[in-house]
Design a protein around this ligand. Structure first.
Ligand SMILES: C[S@@+](CC[C@H](N)C(=O)[O-])C[C@H]1O[C@@H](n2cnc3c(N)ncnc32)[C@H](O)[C@@H]1O
Length: 219
């Protein structure tokens, strides 16, 4: 990963992170399926009231309403993002919801260092964007306690009949600085256990969840 990749991504999100622009991007990306996909991704975390949850590359906080429902007022949400514009949107959302249990952190997701501090971690439509995504995925997994769930939801290359939508997917990826050639699913399968996977929107989105693989202690 080069510094310029992170700068390019940050410039992109500082540009498309304004509320009106982000609403358009979300509509174009999810085409009406946004709330059902986000709700399912959060359900897959299997959170309980009072839990602490990490939202990696949280953007404008679009997952927060679902996370708030899951952890309740006694729970805690930490949202990390690198773009000041996106985090500004997240702040607005937190103020509007009058949530007092959300902490926002401006940081490169590849540099987070939380050791088993959370009861779940979520990353939605961002592993295809974060320049050093493999490091970010590893750091996200390390942030979660044993037996707790990690959920990644993202877009993937259309297959089957949905391949007709490939030019649109390519065009859209350019707008959001995304890279659908990354094998995010493969990396999650390699790093997680007790995996559950599903496809949404005719196979153009995936939700994959699992738990950290226990390292075997040698005698
Ligand atoms: C497509 S948006 C998704 C935002 C949010 N997760 C959602 O579901 O709406 C991708 C996000 O990744 C963030 N991002 C990209 N690279 C990052 C990095 N290295 N560290 C933290 N956030 C990053 C961008 O700023 C942007 O907010």
């Amino acid at each position: 990963m080069t510094r310029s990749e992170l700068e390019h991504v940050t410039r992109t999100y500082d540009r498309i992170g304004k509320r009106w622009a982000w609403n358009l991007v979300s509509l174009a990306g999810f085409q009406g399926w946004e709330s059902s996909i986000r709700r399912r991704a959060v359900e897959d975390l299997r959170l309980r009231s009072g839990d602490a949850v990490l939202d990696v590359a949280c953007g404008r906080g679009s997952n927060f309403p679902y996370l708030e429902d899951a952890v309740g007022r006694d729970g805690r949400i930490v949202g990390v993002d690198y773009s000041a514009q996106m985090l500004g949107g997240a702040e607005e959302r937190v103020a509007k919801g009058r949530w007092t249990n959300v902490e926002l952190v401006q940081k490169d997701a590849a540099e987070i260092d939380y050791s088993a501090s959370f009861d779940g971690a979520l990353c939605t439509i961002a592993m295809t964007v974060i320049p050093d995504w493999q490091r970010a995925l590893e750091a996200m997994i390390a942030a979660v306690g044993r037996g707790k769930r990690i959920v990644v939801m993202d877009g993937c290359r259309p297959s089957g009949l949905a391949r007709l939508g490939t030019p649109y997917a390519k065009f859209f990826s350019r707008i959001v600085a995304g890279n659908l050639d990354r094998d995010v699913i493969g990396e999650c399968r390699r790093l997680l256990t007790n995996i559950e996977e599903e496809r949404r929107m005719f196979g153009t989105y995936f939700i994959i969840s699992g738990e950290e693989i226990e390292s075997v202690e040698l005698p």
